[in-house]
Write a protein that binds this ligand. Structure first.
Ligand code: BG6
Length: 516
């Protein structure tokens, strides 16, 4: 994100209209990890630079790696400059921001570390006026989540310090569990020490500007909602494609696979926003109730039907953007005969009045030709073609495409008459582009979500029921794949749009994937 965008950006003006959160200390568990460097610290830097954080705001980094406060500050300053591509004139900002950072080494299982943390937080309350407000961020590998939560509880850090006056919130990164059972276990552990209104289960897709705009598009415009249903819509496609492979995350990915990494959370969240009923208000309970209803209405997929409704693939060697890339099985920390999926296509139905018999096609994959996330709403064809012989037989149906990234925007494809004396028809596109209309880069998802959490607004976070319902859908698929081993795993060259079977998958229904 270019540095200059930050202070002159009308979209950022928008977030500035919000209340500034109370002063607080934010404790990041997993402070030496990638997420902290790439996303959390840069997001906090922007918020602080734009005056969105109270002056006393402080960060305490906790990690297993022994480190000094100075070294931690230096590393984070380096991360801010690198990931935000800052130039030297920002040094003063970076230095000022660095002073808000503190460090505590913690092996996560040692009660003494939490006692020390408590001491640091109390000192910050005194010295920086953080007033007892606390935000804990779990950015460690998920196996540490339960132990950290229990130790926070044991050290008396889970409850608000002065009930009714101060707040304590906890953000839990994904993955929230590995299965329905483990997600339930984790929910049980977390709610043992924190109450539901303190818990913020993060899915960064919900903080993306265009994802929020989906709700505005649907519910702030009178024109779309009347035909947002089975009478007019033929089917819906949701694509989240990435050019990247698994990078240095081979061991994580071997445990996870694409279905857990992308579909169970990000893609099903998008689905729930596309398909939900209008909530009565834009308030957390109302919105989250409607999203949960969608997930509850997804037609269950018994393990025996999985091959009919889900396709999995894995990338092999190929060319991405002209560059030769290795296959998944040759990636570091990946088993040479791994059956882990890096691509999945899912067809599902939502059994309710609005969506009965409308198929939703979801697909996501690594090492596809480009990074693009898009939701396409394809409408039914006209009931009768009167323009025969004008190229109309082959014309494509209307499509509303909501481009989540990159080049965020919305387009409507419709038919137009080709200029000339004869009646020739061609599809054309009417487009809205964020960049052109507002002339600026929106805040990152983490900026939005961190601010929301500090302001006590959980609307864009996942509630326990949503997480469990998503696992309920995904579990039988994982179970079936486990039984099948490598059977049914299709391969695709890196840089292609998934296995060739992906085309058959949708074409057998007489439909096609949108060209993106
Ligand atoms: C993360 C996944 O949740 O989302 C990654 O673990 C994926 O595998 C990433 O690359 C995609 O996020 P974005 O914001 O880059 O689309």
């Amino acid at each position: 994100m270019p540095e200059t965008a930050a202070l002159t950006n009308p979209l950022r003006e928008g977030i500035r209209l919000r209340r500034t959160p109370d002063p607080c200390s934010m404790v990041i568990f997993g402070a030496s990890g990638d997420l902290t460097r790439r996303k959390l610290i840069p997001a906090l830097f922007y918020l602080s630079r734009e005056g969105m954080l109270a002056p006393g705001f402080s960060v305490v980094g906790c990690a297993r790696t022994p480190n000094t406060e100075e070294a931690f500050r230096r590393e984070m300053a380096g991360a801010v400059k690198k990931f935000l591509q800052l130039t030297t004139e920002s040094d003063a900002f970076v230095e000022a921001f660095g002073k808000t950072l503190h460090y505590v080494a913690d092996d996560f299982g040692d009660p003494k570390a939490y006692a020390m943390l408590k001491g640091v937080l109390e000192r910050l309350d005194q010295e920086r006026g953080t007033s007892g407000n606390r935000l804990f961020y779990l950015a460690t590998p998920p196996s540490f989540f339960p132990v950290i939560v229990q130790h926070l509880g044991g050290a008396g850090l889970a409850k608000p310090q002065v009930p009714g006056k101060t707040w304590t919130h906890i953000i839990i990164e994904k993955p929230f569990g590995q299965s329905l059972e483990s997600a339930r276990d984790l929910n049980r552990v977390v709610t043992g020490d924190f109450s539901e209104n303190q818990i913020y289960r993060i899915d960064h897709y919900l903080g993306k500007e265009t994802v929020q705009n989906l709700l505005v598009f649907r519910f702030a415009n009178g024109v779309f909602e009347p035909f947002w249903n089975r009478r007019y819509i033929d089917h819906v496609q949701i694509t989240v494609a990435e050019e990247l492979g698994v990078e240095n995350r081979g061991s994580y990915y071997e445990e996870s696979g694409l279905l857990r990494d992308m579909i169970q959370n990000h893609v099903l969240q998008l689905l729930s926003l596309v398909a939900m009923e209008p909530p009565a208000t834009f308030e957390a309970t109302a919105v989250r109730d409607e999203k949960a209803k969608v997930l509850r209405s997804i037609r269950p997929m018994p393990a025996s039907r999985v091959p009919d409704f889900v396709l999995r693939g894995q990338y092999s060697e190929g060319l991405v953007g002209g560059k030769k890339e290795i296959g998944y099985r040759s990636e570091p920390k990946v088993a040479p005969a791994s059956n882990t999926e890096t691509y999945a296509a899912v067809k599902l139905f939502i059994d309710n009045w609005r969506w009965a018999d409308v198929p939703f096609y979801l697909r996501s994959g690594k090492r596809l030709p480009k990074r693009v996330s898009e939701i396409s709403i394809q409408f039914r064809r006209v009931p009768h073609l009167l323009f025969r012989g004008s190229g109309a037989e082959g014309i494509e149906p209307n499509v509303i495409s909501i481009r989540l990234q990159p080049n965020e925007g919305i387009s409507l494809k419709f038919c137009a008459k080709l200029p000339g004396t004869s009646m020739q028809i061609r599809p054309v596109k009417m487009e809205f582009r964020y960049g052109e209309s507002f002339g600026a880069t929106p805040p990152t998802a983490y900026e939005t979500l961190l601010l929301d959490c500090m302001l006590g607004d959980p609307t864009l976070f996942n509630r326990d029921d949503a997480v469990e319902l998503s696992w309920e859908f995904v579990d039988p698929i994982l179970e079936r794949w486990k039984q099948d081993g490598g059977k049914g795993l299709a391969f695709y060259p890196a840089g292609s749009w998934g296995p060739p079977e992906a085309d058959d998958f949708i074409e057998r229904d007489g439909r096609q994937w949108q060209r993106l």
